[in-house]
Design a protein around this ligand. Sequence first.
Ligand SMILES: [Zn+2]
Length: 218
Amino acid sequence: MYPELCAVCGEALVRQEQHICMACLNAFPQTGFHTWPGNEVERRFWGKVPVERGIAFFYYDKESALQQAIFQLKYRGEKELGTVLGRYAGTALAEAGVYDAVDVIVPVPLHPKKRAKRGYNQSEWIARGLAEKINKPMDTEHLAHQTENASQTHKSLFDRYLNMQGVFALTDPLAFAHKHVLLVDDVITTGSTLEACIQALLHSPGVKVSVFALAMAH
Ligand SMILES: [Zn+2]
């Protein structure tokens, strides 16, 4: 047994801590967006696609401790750190009840090549922690990132459900019919990835979409 260290500050973790210490977690700047309808995340989609509730939990600054945590999560194999962060946010969001009306959680899919190289999708690991706390199921099957060489056999089927940007597609257009989907991403920068996902989801009749990101650049 060797002591586990905090992925951010390098201090030895105490018993109930995993991957990151409470001091680092509590020091990340929180947006409070879950108490703020019409916040910056929601405004980003106004006039583009309908979003029920949009939340980024932390503010993200370059050279910050949070950037270091997200770097570890994305590029250093610290996928469980995503789940710890998702749980942390999920605890506050469950208490506030903001996502009570959600039916299913869908992580933003990575490009299959990127996913293969990394070995995992960090948004899926964030979504896992969130799902645990807000007590909702997760679906990683029905929203897909398009590959350039999708086989001809599937092409005509896929083509009908391509979104405007053609990056994301539903593998079954009825997968989210009349469901309230919570899309989960790591960091919102322009919001264009989420927008493309929402465009794809809107091919399901009667679908509603909410958004959660761990952080937002500002
Ligand atoms: Zn720490």
